[in-house]
Design a protein. Structure first.
Lengths: 113, 242, 109
């Protein structure tokens, strides 16, 4: 097999954007469905929400928060490429987006536990 | 020379699309040796049937691009010393294009897309008219100048991950060319070209991975050109006209 | 496999969502402090026109954005052929919109 370059920084950034977007899109219907439980009975929603006390669920939530932040901050970077004058500091922006996202996710997790 | 007896271990793709394998050759190392020198040595002394393509040998014609250790490069201007990995080289044909034989790709689709993206100049004057006076300081001219030195080597086309997944996409070179023409005062096809480059296969397919910019041997920035086309598309869609 | 229209919808919905996501992240970090409960969520949202508008706009934007995003990804991964793309985009968008609207009705009204 011929090999092709792997692991360019900005390519990784784009894979993160794609992966986070797909996971969020799959998660959204579930999220909406659970909130919709309150339509018939708030107790039903509570029944579900008690799962969120579990540590593993909190970690999963922090993961989703991380993906949401990664997708948004990474997306802002892409919008800046497309609608603002070119900047040569693309890798810095990508790294900053990832760093901010981890900060946001960690804040959520610390606030949750 | 100290490394006169040193040998390079070179793996070269032999065969056609999907039906081939790497053959290994030992090539004498030399000072200031280019990848093209290595390929030529193999053909001259080891493998007379090896097919590869080159013409100018000085980085002007864009014929000799190949994948070297997994990265698309203009081989005539790439020094072995700069890309050697553990004394080894892997030389393969460009990605995203069908392989004719060995290191030669069929570049038809690359040039077809160049034309498809309306990469042709549509003059507003004839040879009998005065030469158009355009200030080099004009912002549009500056845009065109920044992107104009493309040699059609298809390195960006090979590096582009979007084409790999979306074969209808015109790719960086064709769109970069369209961008220079959209900024050319003398060109008359602005509107029809804008329609083409904002349609299927056009600039809106680009994901800004910037591999084209990373690997362009002439240090052009097709991602920036394509971003310019995206803004043109946006402006025209929202406000119409120019 | 998108043209100018879907491209712009995708970018416009992203622009709209950027501040909404920030608000959502801040709300989550604030709201999760004492654990999640239906009473706590509903007391914040029920009857609030502001939250209704906030999440209403969010649901519209995210339905558009996710439907177009999935369209591109599934096409590029070779999951969906070109002729299925429009149907898929509409289906995904409407499904998300319907579920999202239902969720808003449930927690706001």
């Amino acid at each position: 097999m011929m090999r092709y370059r792997k692991g360019d920084d900005l390519r990784i950034a784009s894979l993160i954007h794609r992966f986070s977007g797909v996971v969020l899109a799959v998660f959204l219907p579930v999220h909406f469905y659970v909130l919709g439980l309150a339509l018939s009975d708030a107790a039903q929603l509570d029944g579900f929400l008690k799962w969120t006390d579990l540590a593993i669920v909190k970690i999963a939530e922090a993961g989703l928060v991380l993906l949401l932040a990664l997708h948004m901050f990474g997306g802002l970077r892409l919008l800046a490429i497309e609608f603002l004058p070119w900047s040569p500091r693309q890798k810095t922006f990508a790294a900053a987006a990832i760093a901010i996202s981890f900060f946001v996710s960690a804040s959520f997790f610390l606030s949750a536990v | 020379m100290e490394n006169i007896n040193r040998k390079l271990k070179v793996r070269v793709w032999r065969g056609t699309q999907g039906d081939g394998t790497f053959s290994t050759y030992e090539v004498p190392a030399q000072e200031s040796q280019t990848i093209l020198d290595v390929v030529t040595w193999i053909q001259q002394y080891a493998e007379p049937t090896l097919a590869y393509r080159f013409a100018c040998r000085v980085g002007m014609c864009g014929s000799c691009a190949m994948n070297v250790n997994g990265i698309p490069r203009w081989t005539c201007r790439t020094h072995v010393q700069k890309v050697l990995e553990d004394g080894e080289l892997e030389i393969a044909p460009l990605r995203n294009l069908p392989v004719v034989k060995d290191l030669v790709t069929d570049m038809s689709e690359f040039f077809d897309k160049w034309v498809g993206a309306e990469g042709r100049f549509h003059p507003s004057a004839t040879r009998d008219d005065e030469i158009a006076a355009i200030s080099p300081a004009d912002p549009k001219r500056a845009n065109a100048n920044a992107a104009i030195e493309c040699i059609n080597c298809a390195v960006c086309y090979s590096a582009c991950d979007t084409i790999a997944q979306n074969p209808a996409y015109f790719g960086p070179a064709a769109l970069n060319r369209a961008w220079t023409l959209q900024n050319d005062e003398r060109d008359t096809a602005f509107k029809s070209r804008l329609e083409t480059i904002s349609g299927r296969g056009g600039c809106t397919n680009c994901h800004s991975h910037q591999s084209c910019m990373t690997y362009c041997p002439n240090e052009l920035n097709p991602t920036e050109s394509i971003a310019g086309l995206k803004r043109m598309t946006t402006r025209s869609f929202l406000f119409g006209g120019r | 496999m998108i043209g100018a229209r879907l491209y712009l919808l995708q970018r416009l919905s992203a622009l709209v969502m950027a501040p909404l996501v920030l608000g959502h992240l801040a709300t989550m970090i604030y709201a999760v402090q004492n654990g999640l409960s239906a009473v706590e969520i509903l007391s914040r949202t029920q009857g609030s026109i502001l939250w209704g508008l906030f999440y209403g706009l969010f649901v519209i934007a995210v339905s558009i954005h996710a439907a177009i995003g999935l369209r591109i990804v599934l096409f590029e991964w070779g999951v969906l052929p070109v002729r299925r793309l429009d149907l898929f985009t509409w289906g995904a968008g409407l499904l998300l919109f319907f579920l999202g609207a239902r969720a808003i009705v449930a927690v706001v009204m």
